[in-house]
Write a protein that binds this ligand. Structure first.
Ligand SMILES: [Zn+2]
Ligand SMILES: [Zn+2]
Length: 406
C-alpha cells in the first residue's frame, strides 16, 4: 500500500475515534523514512479528502524544517478547494510571496468561514505585518486580535484614549498585546490610574516589561520549539535528570525533567543551563515548581526533594528540542489554545489567559518568561500532562519556576 492508502484507510475506519486516528497516523508517519516528511508530502499531494489533509498537515506542523516540501504542499493545497484550510498548518515555513498569494485569494471573496479563513488566521499570528494593510477588509475578531502584535503607535494611542473614556480593562489588555516599546510606555504611564494594582502587574509583563525592575519580561529572540530525537539538539527533553528533583509533597513521587536548555546553544546570554520540571502524579498539591541550580546540585523551594525516578512519562522518553526562529518576533497577540503542540523558547509568553509572572524566592523580583511547553501530540506519542507549562528564569539567581495553565 502507498502511504496515502494507509492513511486513508485509518481515516475511514469507523471503529476508530478521532484521537485514535490521530495517534495511528502520527505513529505511521513517525516511523517512516526521514520522519515521514516524504510520505506526508505524497499524501497531501494526492488526497482529495479534507479529513486526511487535516491530519497529515497537523503532523507536518510538528516537524521542524522541510521548508521546500512544506512550500510545495501549500501550493498544491492552495488550488485544492476545501483542502486549502490545511495550509494553515504550514504558514510558519512559507515564503512571503506565497503568504501574499493566500492573502489575495482571501480578499477576492473575504469570508472568515471559508477554507482560507484558517490560513488568514495563521498569517495574522506569524506575519501580522503582511496582513495589517488589509485589516479593514477582515471581519473576524480573532484575525483582528492577531493583528495587535506590533501594531502602529496610532492604534496604541487610540486604545489608551478609549480606556480613558470607558475604563474597560479589555482595552488595556489589547494595548498591552501590541508589545511595542510605545505600547509598553503607555501601560507604564497608567500605573497610578488603574483601579486594581494587580491588573497593572499582569499588564506590564504582557506588554514586555517586568513591573518592578522595568527589565524585559522575556528573553529575545523568540524561537518555535519542536520535540525531536535525542541528540538532534543540545536542549534535552525528558529522560532521567542527573541530580535531585522536586518530590510531590503528597505522594513523594519525583517530578520529571521537562526541558533543560543549553545556555551555550542559545543567543540569550544565560549564565547557566535552566531546567524546568513537572509532576508526573495527579495529586494537584502544588501549582508551581521552583528550583535553584547551585554548583553542588539543585535546591528545591517550598517542598521536598530527592533522587530522580527512572523513565519519563511527562515527555515520552528521552528527546531533545529543536529550535527555529519564530517568524513573529514582536510576540503573538492571539491567545494560546492548549493541545496544539506549539512550544516556544524566548520571546514573550502566549497565554491562554494572561497571568502574573512568578516572583524569584532569592531576589524577590518578578521573573522573566523563558519557555512554554504544550501538552499536544508529539511524533513519539502523547505528553503526560494537560494544558500548557510556562517556564520562567531568574538568571542572576539561577532559579527556574515552572507553572501550568489548563
Ligand atoms: Zn503526588
Ligand atoms: Zn532572583
Amino acid at each position: 500500500m502507498t502511504p496515502t492508502e494507509v492513511i486513508e484507510r485509518i481515516v475511514l475506519d469507523p471503529d476508530l475515534s478521532v484521537p485514535e486516528k490521530d495517534e495511528r497516523i502520527i505513529a505511521f508517519l513517525a516511523q517512516s523514512v526521514g520522519k515521514g516528511v516524504a510520505a506526508a508530502v505524497q499524501c497531501l499531494s494526492e488526497t482529495s479528502d479534507k479529513r486526511v489533509s487535516e491530519f497529515v498537515a497537523a503532523y507536518l506542523e510538528m516537524i521542524p524544517g522541510a521548508r521546500p516540501e512544506k512550500k510545495r504542499v501549500a501550493e498544491r493545497l492552495r488550488g485544492a478547494g476545501p483542502l486549502a484550510q490545511s495550509a494553515a498548518r504550514l504558514v510558519p515555513w512559507l515564503p512571503g510571496s506565497l503568504v501574499d498569494a493566500f492573502i489575495q485569494d482571501y480578499l477576492a471573496a473575504p469570508d472568515p468561514d471559508s477554507p482560507l479563513g484558517s490560513v488568514l488566521l495563521a498569517i495574522g499570528i506569524y506575519y501580522p505585518e503582511s496582513l495589517r494593510p488589509h485589516a479593514d477588509r477582515i471581519d473576524s475578531p480573532f484575525i483582528r486580535r492577531s493583528l495587535l502584535s506590533g501594531a502602529p503607535d496610532s492604534l496604541a494611542d487610540a486604545l489608551l484614549g478609549q480606556w480613558q473614556q470607558d475604563r474597560d480593562i479589555d482595552e488595556l489588555h489589547s494595548l498591552a498585546l501590541i508589545r511595542t516599546r510605545h505600547a509598553a510606555d503607555l501601560i507604564e504611564s497608567v500605573r497610578d490610574d488603574i483601579d486594581d494594582p494587580e491588573d497593572w502587574e499582569w499588564l506590564m509583563p504582557l506588554a514586555g516589561r517586568l513591573p518592578d525592575s522595568g527589565e524585559d519580561s522575556g528573553f529575545r529572540p523568540s524561537f518555535m520549539g519542536f520535540v525531536a530525537d535525542e541528540g538532534e539538539s543540545s536542549h534535552v527533553m525528558g529522560g532521567t535528570y542527573p541530580g535531585d528533583v522536586p518530590l510531590c509533597a503528597d505522594c513523594r513521587a519525583p517530578a520529571e525533567r521537562v526541558l533543560t536548555l543549553s545556555a551555550n546553544a542559545l543567543p540569550h546570554n544565560l549564565s547557566q543551563d535552566p531546567t524546568f520540571f513537572w509532576f508526573s502524579c495527579d495529586c494537584e498539591e502544588v501549582d508551581r515548581i521552583v528550583v535553584r541550580f547551585n554548583p553542588d546540585g539543585t535546591k528545591v523551594y517550598f517542598g521536598p526533594q530527592g533522587p530522580a525516578g527512572k523513565g519519563s512519562r511527562i515527555i515520552p522518553g528521552k528527546r531533545s528540542m529543536v529550535l527555529e526562529t519564530h517568524p513573529n518576533q514582536a510576540g503573538v497577540s492571539l491567545m494560546a489554545i492548549a493541545g496544539r503542540s506549539q512550544h516556544q523558547v524566548g520571546g514573550l509568553p502566549r497565554w491562554p489567559s494572561p497571568e502574573l509572572h512568578p516572583i524569584c524566592p532569592e531576589c524577590g523580583n518578578f521573573m522573566p518568561f523563558l519557555a512554554a511547553i504544550d501538552s499536544g501530540p508529539t511524533p513519539y506519542g502523547p505528553m503526560g500532562f494537560e494544558g500548557l507549562l510556562f517556564g520562567f528564569w531568574c538568571d542572576g539567581c539561577s532559579v527556574s519556576t515552572t507553572q501550568i495553565q489548563e
